[in-house]
Design a protein around this ligand. Structure first.
Ligand code: IPD
Length: 276
């Protein structure tokens, strides 16, 4: 679907936007740290997913902070949309990525915030709906690891430039797989899991997509594959990976910003696929 031209609005200072996004991620990170071991209230529970009241609260905190700094922007988050839908800019937010880990007290979860622009500069790679990610912030409050990227500049972890791994053989690779949340994605992914598990050194299923992407960006993992992933899980991490020299392939796979995705160090890309 081709994007429509949105009402003009002033260009955003990306450094300031990054500063605000980092601030918002740290505020929610602190809330996550304080609540890791606490009993949490669930709003919705399905077989393979949990939505917490804290997810909603965290998104509201992020929204308040970002829209106070940039009132003209829109926000698309796991917990709903807000703001000026006529804006060419939108924040794409997963307030707590790895919610099931977090709900069970497993300290592997993060905050993911991206800023996207519709109709970006000519030549900028966009998602199918016409938006390109201009900046990405992923914060793991339990390891105190902050990944940042601004389009066109190197990705950083806690301020230091990072690069993807140089591994080119699947036999020595660590590949992460996500099973998303539905029975359908589980069943479609299992046969590939059974095939890949024999080809790689290790498969890892960690439960936080944005962290899997930043782990590939940092050279800890060599690739990450998921079918049925949502835009707020991948928008920030995808740019961080590309900015660390990796390959981030995505394709729409259904309504509500659903994608199929292969993230890799680039060298392994052609040896991997994503289940149909
Ligand atoms: C989920 C996690 C999980 C991935 C799912 C995501 P959430 O996000 O990132 O690892 O497999 O596809 O939806 O629900 O924890 O924010």
């Amino acid at each position: 679907m081709k994007a429509t031209k949105k009402a003009p609005n002033s260009e955003i200072n990306l450094r300031e936007a990054q500063r605000q996004a980092v601030g918002a991620a740290r505020v929610v990170g602190e809330l996550m740290r304080r609540n890791l071991a606490a009993k949490k209230r669930a709003n919705t529970v399905t077989q393979h997913d949990i939505k917490l009241e804290l997810d909603v609260r965290s998104q509201k905190l992020i929204e308040k902070k970002l829209r106070a700094a940039f009132p003209q922007t829109a926000l698309l988050g796991e917990e709903g949309v807000a703001g000026n839908s006529d804006s060419a800019y939108r924040w794409v937010v997963d307030p707590i990525d790895g919610t099931v880990n977090f709900a069970y007290g497993i300290p592997h979860a993060c905050v993911s915030i991206a800023l996207q622009r519709e109709n970006p500069k000519a030549g900028t790679e966009t998602y199918a709906d016409g938006y390109a990610t201009l900046l990405g912030v992923v914060y793991d409050p339990f390891a105190d690891e902050l990944w940042t990227a601004l389009r066109g500049q190197p990705a950083r972890l806690n301020g230091r430039i990072i690069r993807v791994s140089k591994r080119r053989n699947l036999q020595e690779a660590i590949v992460s797989i996500g099973f998303a949340k539905s029975r359908e994605t589980l069943e479609a992914t299992l046969p590939y899991f059974l095939e890949l598990v024999h080809q790689v050194r290790k498969i890892r299923i960690m439960g936080a997509a944005a962290l899997a992407l930043t782990y590939v960006a940092t050279g800890r993992f060599d690739a990450y594959i998921e079918r049925g992933i949502r835009l707020w899980d991948i928008a920030a991490g995808g740019l961080i990976l590309q900015s660390a020299g990796g390959d981030f392939w995505q394709q729409p796979a259904g309504p509500d910003h659903t994608y199929r995705m292969i993230a890799s160090n680039g060298l392994l890309r052609r040896q991997l696929r994503v289940p149909d």
